[in-house]
Design a protein around this ligand. Sequence first.
Ligand code: NAD
Ligand code: UDP
Length: 354
Amino acid sequence: MLIKSEASKVRVLVTGGAGYIGSHTCVELLNAGFEIVVVDNLSNSKIEAIRRVERITGRQVPFFLADIGDQAEMRRILESFPVDIVVHFAGLKAVGESCEKPLLYYQNNVTGTLILCEEMDRAEVRKMVFSSSATVYGDPHTVPITEDFPLQATNPYGRTKLFIEEILKDLVAADRLKQADEPWTVTLLRYFNPVGAHQSGTIGEDPNGVPNNLMPYITQVAVGKLAKLRIFGGDYPTRDGTGVRDYIHVVDLARAHVKAVEAQLDQEPGQVFTYNLGTGTGYSVLEVVRAFEAQCGITIPCEIVGRRPGDVAECYADPSLARQELGWQAEKGIGDMVRDAWRWQSRNPEGYPD
Ligand code: NAD
Ligand code: UDP
């Protein structure tokens, strides 16, 4: 395990560090003593998130407004700011949009990652922690999901995650064949459903337009921006007929990245590590709504409507591998998740200012 004084000598490049999960991870990396540098094109975030990370941690965050697909710029950044490891969040993430604009998603996520990897390789930085997703399990045949379940994508966004996982595995395999001196090492983190916000209420999820995801939808109903929650499907074969997911507090998720970085720096290079990041407990839509109402004292008007195409009945992780190998497990429960989501939303009803 790295101690703080050693961490201070390690520089981490955080791509997409101004985004929802990236900004929370910046806080935890800085708290753990790491030096960080952020690259983000702000296509789905605001620079204010970085300013608030600085305020929470009392540390300055070097920031580059750049696209990971801009090869010359990535080269310049990696030359002027040498790093030891990359935590790679940058990517587009809207499933519906990916079905309408698949080329945009393949270009931004896959080509962007290829260019990032080329420039990392050139700079001899061959360590990456990558944001993957439980979406790579498609429609799982059973739950809980372990890392060795069959992989399958059901939309272009999911396919970008699957393709990138395969590309990164190929990099490691190629270096193994070559018996490279400084081989690639990658950690694939498959997130389940990240929710909540930093407990300061100053950083959180700031979706564009009407949210697609359950938690920001609930908080926007609570703050009066939306009239009522439509619950997609009341006839699933679950406890109460509504869909079950593994919600994980974003701060727990962020801390898992710190553990993944520390583990990579400690371990033999040239390996692929894959971990599910969830709590291992599923909650139904109605259970999340009831938890929100109980913790925040606000009634959420709901209506059960038809199922949303592509949704599965139940999806939750077996997170035991991350516990065994990273020494990480989620600590925050559904009460913390709804309270912290509400603190962020109620204090920032319009999200980050421009
Ligand atoms: P986000 O949109 O808040 O953050 C992504 C950040 O990347 C944004 O700040 C955006 O401006 C930036 N970005 C996008 N394309 C870029 C590019 N080409 N160059 C530079 N910056 C770029 O999303 P998030 O929820 O924080 O997700 C972070 C990562 O985790 C994404 O890769 C996402 O696919 C993955 N993930 C998210 C979830 C979730 O539910 N939030 C679940 C599983 C996986
Ligand atoms: N959901 C819902 N109403 C909404 C948004 C989501 O009923 O407005 C349900 C959705 O059908 C699923 C759960 O909430 O069962 C989580 O959905 P979300 O989009 O947050 O995450 P997903 O697991 O689909 O990535």
